[in-house]
Structure formats: C-alpha cells, structure tokens
Design a protein around this ligand. Sequence first.
Ligand SMILES: [Zn+2]
Length: 276
Amino acid sequence: MRRDRVAEDIFVFVSDLHAQVTCTVLLTGDGALVVDSLAFPSEAREVKAFIEEQLGPNSVRYLINTHSHADHVYGNSVFASAEVIAHDTGRQALAGRGEAQLMRARRQLPGLADATLRLPDITFHKEMHLHIGHRHLQLMHTPGHTSDSISVYEVNERVWMAGDLAMPVPQITSGNVEQFRASLEQMRQAEPDFVVQGHGDVLLRGEVSDVVDAHLAYLDIIERRVRSVIKAGKPPRALQAIDIESCGLSRIPLDGAVVRLHLENLIYLYRQMTGL
Ligand SMILES: [Zn+2]
C-alpha cells in the first residue's frame, strides 16, 4: 500500500485494493489516532503494523470514521484498542443496516471473510474537539456526500481530512447537493495546507481552492445538463452522452472509476428531478 507523509508524524495510506480509499494516521507521544479504516481488514492490518512498529502494541487510541460507507469502516474491528468516533447518524446507520450489508458484501468478496462490524463508541452532532498528545483535532459535521459525513481538521498543521467530501468527482448519490456545496465552502474557508481526500491523492494548499471551484462548477453543470435532458423529453439513457470532461472534470482518476460515479450522479439527479 502506498504511504505518503504529509507532515511530521502524519501519514496517509492509499488502498491498492479498493478505489484508492485513504486512511490517515497521526502518531503522538500519547498514542495514535486513525481516520477511516479502509475497505479490507488485510490493509487495515498493514496500517496497524506500521503504527505498532513506531509506538508499540495497542497504541491506537482513537479511530474516527468520516462516514458510514463500507469502504471507510470495514477495517474498524482491526483497531481493537481504539475508541471509535463518528457522527450520531453514522452510528445509527451502521447499527441499522450495517450487519445485513456486511453479510451481503462477504458473499461477494472473499477479502471480507474476517471483517466484523464495529460500531462507534463516541458520537457527536455538530462539532467536537479531541486532544491527543500534542495534536488538537476539530471534528465537524460536513454533510453532502452523506448526511453523516464529518471532516477532521488538525488545527496546527492545517491538515483537513475530508472523507468523501473531497474525491476526484463529487459523489452525490446518497447525499444532498445543497449541503455538499456548503461543506465544500466550509473546507475552503479553513484554508487548509493539505486536504486528505477520501479517495485518491492528497491536495496541497495551492490546489484546494481550484478543486473546490471545479467541484462547485461540476455540481452546477450536471444539474443544468440533466434538467435540459428532461426538458427535451429524453429518456435516462440520453444521459450517457454527457461525458465527465464536458462537465469540467478528468476521466482519468481512480483508474477510470470516476466515469461510472459521474453517470450515477446524472441518473440520481434525473430520478430526483422527475420523481421516476
Ligand atoms: Zn468512499
């Protein structure tokens, strides 16, 4: 798995197995904190081994889930020593549908054979602060990708761990576009030096505002384009003519998976706007 160092004792792991999903590790003199636990326990164990090499066994004190989607929580149980933190509604979502979803996923993916559901121990609604070693983390509700999405901001090094609020194409199919816009603006206004995306490469200070602009523009463009398809009385398959590049984003990231995510966004909007 790729490991990038973004600041002193802050590392980002990028999955080889699932859509470049990320996991961030903060090492402190008082134990480690992990943000998101990856899709597969085998990769979560790689992260844990790295931490334990540095700080010894059972040194992970906190694990934060940026939202309740499978690819960010299925490694949770690997970090047995950690207290798990998430948004109130993230815990509710996992407690409600998590077990059944994991059972279904297991039947399709052998890599999940030893995954077990681990629910958050600590939840919050709007904002909370966490102090561990010399690190001060601000956890904020930043909905849009999902209603339970949160961001984690390391205040001193200005590292914003965005979960899927930031990824190479905004994914709106289980969220809310208005909230997405507001949360992107909130991230920009913090003026972070680094943004750890939920999937893909870390964004650097000089890139953040441009990416936010591109994503806000993308959301406007797809709404406009889908509306005109509907106005022309065309069926959903006409959406396939709206390629991602004509909406201002590249088709290359995440090994091309962004093209599928883009089409799913279009179909989602079409259904929302038509009620079909
Ligand atoms: Zn994700």
